[in-house]
Design a protein around this ligand. Structure first.
Ligand SMILES: Nc1nc2c(ncn2[C@@H]2O[C@H](COP(=O)(O)OP(=O)(O)OP(=O)(O)O)[C@@H](O)[C@H]2O)c(=O)[nH]1
Ligand SMILES: [Mg+2]
Length: 362
């Protein structure tokens, strides 16, 4: 059973809206004059599987009047961890905004933390870490390209000395950029390489992809991190299972990562991994990578751009989806919690800090 209130200038127009959204099976729960006598408000209820998914039979995303319902459907679509969805909905509900886009951006602003992409105009050491194939080398090349285009000095170092072709892959980029590429196979060599770098330029360290859950790999990466005073950026591929993403955010944070860049956003339609990793509250969301080519660049993230990324008109191409794909795999986020309580008129207190990821799926 789902309740919704519809406003319209006249009773017949309000009834038409009810029919459009809920079909013929809707039950009218109440009707009343809208505030200040402007039109009518009808509260209707329906029990329908199609409606409960947030989509009509033809695959159209429901144009839900209540912004909380809209945000709820968006978060469920992306596979946001339930605790995170509950928190975002609670904050959005407390804000009492009419516009779902604004409410989503405002709640994201309160729940997530953001940091800019590395500034190529300032000296600083940035180390890119992450799973094999996450996009570390391509992201390093993108950042180096930004520095070169801004006519800023840049130092590029790779610690990927064992994998066949590891050095050559990055060298293919640095050669075009006419930037020297240094390599460092261990912590001492990395320290030496950073000391030999141009102190006026940004220094980018591209690491080999290891297994953070393997003790040796973990220790090797940690030794590299503590060898230099670098700002460590976790490179995480969007589309990773959201629970894995939360685990990875935790383990790399323990190693020393403080920022997050999400790659492959161009090939991903559900951004649960991004949301889940950021929901740990331990990493500053910095940017997204929108393509495999260096020219695809990196886009910074802020509450508004993240909300836009999640919104259906920017993210979900209804025509692309088969009807069966419309059903969220998880239960509707918060459907029996905040949203239901809200429908019953209850109001929750918002939390003051993001829910830790380890609890996010409970
Ligand atoms: N579509 C898309 N592909 C990307 C993006 N970023 C990287 N890739 C591709 O992902 C693959 C792996 O990228 P790399 O940069 O080599 O990944 P890595 O983390 O350095 O990998 P290892 O060094 O093996 O650990 C390559 O084929 C890239 O072209 C992105 O934002 N979008
Ligand atoms: Mg690499």
């Amino acid at each position: 059973m789902r309740l919704k209130t519809f406003s319209a200038p006249s009773m017949s127009e309000a009834m038409a809206l009810v029919k459009e959204h809920f079909g013929h099976n809707a039950i009218i729960v109440s009707s009343q004059k809208a505030e200040e006598g402007l039109g009518v408000r009808i509260t209707a209820a329906v029990e329908s599987q199609e409606e409960d998914s947030g989509f009509l039979d033809d695959g159209t995303l429901l144009d839900l009047e209540d912004p909380i319902d809209t945000i709820n459907d968006i978060l469920a679509h992306h596979g946001a961890p339930p605790v995170l969805a509950e928190k975002l909905l609670s904050v959005a509900g407390d804000l009492g905004l009419d516009d779902a886009n604004v409410a989503l951006a405002a709640s994201i602003d309160q729940v997530f933390t953001f940091a800019p992409l590395p500034e190529t105009s300032k000296p600083g050491i940035f180390m890119l870490v992450g799973l094999p194939g996450a996009g570390k080398t391509v992201t390093t090349a993108k950042l180096a390209t930004q520095a070169v285009l801004a006519k800023q000095p840049v130092n590029v170092i790779t610690t990927d000395t064992i994998r066949a072709g590891g050095f050559a892959q990055l060298e293919a980029f640095t050669r075009i950029l006419e930037v020297d590429l240094l390599s460092a196979s261990d912590a001492d060599a990395l320290r030496d390489a950073t000391l030999a770098s141009n102190p006026k330029g940004i220094t980018l360290i591209d690491c080999a992809g290891g297994n953070p859950f393997n003790a040796d790999d973990n220790a090797r990466q940690k030794a590299l991190i503590i060898a230099v005073e670098a700002e460590v950026i976790l490179i995480l591929a969007d589309g990773t299972d959201p629970r894995e993403a939360a685990d990875l955010a935790h383990i790399y944070t323990e190693m020393g990562a403080s920022r997050l860049i999400i790659t492959r956003v161009d090939t991903t339609r559900r951004h649960g991994a991004l949301l889940s990793a950021a929901a740990t509250g331990e990493l500053f969301l910095s940017g997204i990578s929108m393509g495999p080519s260096v020219t695809d660049g990196l886009a910074p993230l802020n509450p508004v751009s993240l909300a836009r990324l999640l919104l259906p008109e920017n993210e979900i191409t209804i025509e692309e989806r088969s009807p069966s794909a419309h059903k969220p795999q998880l239960r509707r986020a918060g459907s029996d919690t905040f949203v239901e309580q809200r429908r019953k008129g209850a109001k929750r207190q918002s939390h003051s800090s993001p829910a830790p990821a380890k609890d996010a799926w409970r």
